[in-house]
Structures are given as C-alpha cells and as structure tokens.
Design a protein around this ligand. Structure first.
Ligand code: NAP
Ligand code: MG
Length: 516
C-alpha cells in the first residue's frame, strides 16, 4: 500500500540553492529551444508536414519548440490504438496502473525545475506559478493512483441467502482529454491520468499554445512505461482535430477543461447519437468563471487588499479561479480602493525568466488584443484607477488594471476577460454584496473577507460557487484539500482532485453468484 497522500511542497526560491537550480534549468531549457516534438499514437512517433510553433510570450521572437499539426484523419488511427490498448488495460490490476501513476509522479519530481522552466518560457508563468503547476501535476498523479486502488476494491453488497453479491467499478472505454493552456502540465496531467488510472485509454489533444510542455508530459509517460496506446498524444488545432475527436461515435467520453464557448459546444455535440454509437457519451466540462471576493464592512482591510490583489493578478489573471470582481461594502469602499491601487502599483511586470517580475506576459496575441478591448469597454463602464496600458513590442505585457465604480451588470462584471483586469463594485450592505456575488451566469470560485462570524456563516451558505474561501485569496486550490470545479456555466462540477472524480469515468457492475 502507498503512504497516505500528501501534497507536493512548493519550492522556496529564496533558498540560494533552489534559486541556482532554477537558473541552471532555465539555461538548460533555453539551449533546447527550437526542437520538434512528435505525435504519439499507439507508441508510434509521427511527424506531419505542418507544424504548430510555440512562442515565448515574454519574447515573441523566440520559438520555444514546434509540435506537429495533426490532421483530422489521424483521429481514427488514434482510436484504433486506444481501443486496442483498452482490451488489456481495462483488465490490468489497479495496483499496476497505480504504480505507473506513482512512477510518473516520481519522474516529474526528478525533473521539477526543468518542467517549470518550460512553462516559464512557453506560457509566461513566473517561477512560483510554474513550480506550483508542476507540484499540482505531481499531486494529480499521486492522488489518482491512490484513487485507482480505492475504486478498484470490490464492495460487498447487503448479504443475501445463497448468493454472493458484490459491486465492482469498471472503466468506460476510450476517452478524449482536452485541456487548456493555462495549467499546461497540471490540468493536462489531471484530465488524462485521472481516467487512465481508472482503466480507460486516452487520446490527449493538448492546447495549441502549450504543445511543448505537453510533449514533455508524453515523453515521461513513455519513459515510465505506460503500455503503448493507453495514452495517445495528438497535437493539432481544436477546431479540426479537436472537433473530429469530440464528434466521433467511438469516443466513449470527453474530459474537457477550457472556455465556456467550447465546453458548451462539446456538451451539445456529445448529446447527439451518431450512426454506430452504442452509448450515451459522457462529458465532464470545466469552464470559465467570473469569480468574486466580497470585502465586508467588518473586513481586515489589509488582508483583503492582499488577497484580492494576489488572486486578481497572479499569473496575469489567467486562472479560471482568478478574482475578477471585488465587491466592496460602501462603508470601506474608498479606503479599500486607495490601498488596493497603491498595492497594485507595486506589482512588477516583465519577462518571467527574471524572478523579479511578479507578473509576466499574457498567453497570446489574440488574448492580448481581447484583453485590451475589454479594458476599453471597462474605461467606459467605470473609472480606470491604474494599469490600462499594454505593450506588445517584445512580449505581450499588460499592466495590472483596476477599474472602479463598475455596475454589477456591466459587461466587465459579467463576462470572463481572462487577463489582469479587476472590476471593483460597490455594495450597499452585506445582502447587496451576496446578491451581486450571485448575479452572474458562473459559479466557480469566490470568497469573503469579514471578521463577523454571522456573515461568514451566511456567506458559506449563500454564495453559490464550487470553491469558497473565507479570509484568504480565492486561487490556489490544492489537490485533495480543495477539490475543484464549479456550478452553472462554470461547468459540470467534476471536483478534480476529489474523491468523486474517478467515478465520472467508471461504471458500476453488480455481480451476483448463486452459491448453493
Ligand atoms: P479553449 O479555447 O476552450 O481551449 C481548450 C481546449 O479545447 C484546447 O485544447 C483547444 O484546442 C480545444 N478546442 C478548441 N475548440 C475545440 C473544438 N471545437 N472541439 C474540441 N476541442 C476544441 O480554452 P483555453 O483558452 O485553452 O483556456 C482558457 C479557459 O479555460 C478559460 O475560460 C478558463 O476559465 C477555463 N479554465 C477552466 C478551468 C476549470 O477548472 N473550470 C481550469 C482552467 C481553465 P486549441 O488550443 O488547439 O484551440
Ligand atoms: Mg507560447
């Protein structure tokens, strides 16, 4: 039996040894820029004519590496490989599947600094954010390995005369894993390894902004010895390869994390029964948010300022859990705003290979343009307090932006921007704050700062979201500690990193044997 699950510790970069190790890894990784990575189907390495180039958003002239631009016809090849592997993987003992997950975690642990460095360059994560991403990926492998053992246990049903009755859980079949770019190792590992640990075989289509760290994941999967075809790696564009994958009747389930637009499209398409399809396709879709923090009249104002600033601007506001609305009681609105703006002005922005920069670039030129256009909308909808500027000359940098006096129904208070833009909204009282909190289509994360026990209890009950935090920042959910996933248009509430998750990719079989 494995030791009880424990979260992977974060790296302390104030320790000179660790700092040096990271500097060394960044240099080693930079020396590998420009390499090309294959598609891997059934263990076979495949190259294509067209490539996906991965760009360093801190320095857009730099190509981190390139991946293959797979074509829709390759989906059938991937399905052949995954279906074939399923025939043995489904009956492989849970202990063997779990051991592979643990070995994968160990490999990630050995290569921690290297993996973090790839994310610093490929998607603009600061050292701490990149390190956190690797730690979460390790956690998913360790946690789902243990979950495979737990779900693999045969459960005795209620005793009945002359029969044995048991309940077992069996895997579903071939699944599509479709992760986003914003946790390009952690979520990718989670959506793939969770179902695979349960005995399913997977076709992984990574996000096109982060194919290199995805390829590193696949390298490790092969290295630790997952049987060929259990995890298939198919890079390519979402709109053709992704679309072909999710609409294919041979795909048993789709495990998606990404935007609301694509997530809802997957739900809709998965609801159609296509010729040759024998099952009702299962879908888990985890989508966006318009996450809020309530700052109550009885809040510790300094703690609230810090919590809101960290959750709004960590990783440039590009976390699904990011605080994009601060709902502040009128009684301390002005004081809070003044302190918040002063704090945000101290945030450093620049290339993230330099650890002095707290904020790095946004993910892509398309994201840069979209965020800038939301800032323009925001300037009309409220009062620009700081930030607002962007500069894409060498990298894709946008200053942390605070817009105050925003109406709860304004576009920047309702639509997910997915960048460093915070809307500050005034609430008349605590009732008003809760009603503003709940007044969007989403329900992912949220929080409250208050010293009042009554208000804490009310907020815990009434704020409608999957992950709620009291008197701390609303980002940084830990595997097994805060199982993650939200309500309404934030998704199907899969609770990644929780004990219910694996059940989404299993079906129960009741087996009865007559014994006399
Ligand atoms: P996205 O644009 O929806 O893309 C997600 C994935 O879907 C990518 O791999 C993408 O491939 C693929 N895709 C695109 N169109 C597709 C189609 N028609 N069929 C199948 N696959 C398709 O999202 P993103 O920009 O990568 O990620 C940001 C979003 O993710 C935000 O909304 C954020 O809130 C959300 N998110 C949610 C959670 C959560 O747990 N709730 C966690 C993290 C992020 P390409 O890259 O090739 O287009
Ligand atoms: Mg990139």
């Amino acid at each position: 039996m494995p030791t009880p699950f424990a979260n992977e510790p974060f790296t302390d970069f104030s320790n000179p040894e660790n700092k040096h190790a990271m500097e060394q890894a960044l240099a080693d990784v930079a020396a590998q820029f420009g390499a090309e990575y294959p598609i891997v189907l059934g263990g076979e390495h495949i190259t294509c004519e067209k490539k996906i180039r991965s760009i360093n958003p801190s320095k857009t002239s730099e190509v981190v590496g390139s991946a293959q631009k797979g074509t829709p016809d390759m989906v059938e090849t991937a399905l052949d490989a995954a279906e074939k592997a399923f025939e043995t993987w489904r009956f492989t003992p849970a202990t063997e599947r779990a051991d592979l997950c643990f070995n994968l975690a160990a490999e990630m642990r050995r290569r921690k600094y290297e993996l973090a460095s790839w994310m610093v360059y490929e998607i603009g994560k600061s050292w701490a954010e990149a390190d956190g991403d690797v730690a979460e990926a390790i956690d998913f492998c360790e946690f789902y390995g243990r979950e495979a053992l737990r779900w693999g246990e045969v459960r005795q049903s209620l005793p009945y005369p002359n029969e044995t009755n048991v309940l077992v859980y069996q895997p579903l079949g071939v699944g599509a894993a479709i992760p986003p770019w914003n946790f390009p190792l952690a979520i990718l590992a989670g959506v793939t390894i969770g179902p695979a640990a349960a005995g399913n075989t997977m076709i992984l289509k990574p996000a096109s902004d982060t194919p290199v760290i995805a390829a590193k994941f696949m390298e490790m999967v092969e290295k630790v010895g997952f049987p060929k075809g259990v995890i298939n790696f198919l890079t390519g564009s979402g709109s053709d390869v992704g679309e072909t994958l999710i609409t294919n009747p041979r795909v048993r389930f789709v495990n998606f994390t990404g935007s609301r637009e694509v997530g809802l499209h997957i739900v809709e398409e998965s609801g159609k029964t296509r010729p040759g399809q024998k099952w009702i396709k299962r879908v888990a879709v985890e989508m966006g948010g318009k996450d809020a923090t309530i700052v109550d009249a009885e809040a510790d104002i300094d703690a609230a300022v810090e919590g809101v600033a960290m959750a709004a601007f960590g990783f440039q506001g590009q976390k699904c859990s990011a605080c994009s609305r601060a709902i502040v009681d009128a009684k301390l609105y002005d004081a809070f705003l003044e302190k918040l703006v002063a704090r945000v002005k101290t945030i450093t922005v620049g290339p993230v290979n330099d650890p002095e920069n707290f904020m790095g670039p946004v993910s892509s030129k398309a994201a840069f343009d979209k965020i800038r256009s939301y800032i323009e909308i925001g300037k009309k909808e409220g009062r620009l307090m700081c930030g607002g500027e962007g500069n894409d000359k060498t990298g894709l940098f946008i200053q942390p932006t605070v817009i105050a006096d925003v109406a709860p129904t304004a576009r920047i208070a309702q639509e997910e921007i997915f960048g460093p833009v915070l809307a500050v909204i005034k609430a008349q009282d605590f009732d008003d704050a809760i009603s503003i909190f709940n007044g969007t289509d989403y329900g992912l994360t949220g929080g409250v700062f208050t010293k009042s026990r009554d208000k804490i209890e009310r907020a815990k009950r009434e704020c409608y979201c999957g992950n709620f935090y009291v008197n701390r920042k609303i980002t940084g959910a830990l595997v097994a500690v805060q199982p993650f996933g939200g309500y309404n248009m934030s998704g199907t509430c899969s609770k990644a990193g929780g004990h219910d998750y694996m059940g989404l990719f299993l079906e129960a079989k009741a087996v009865c044997e007559r014994i006399s």
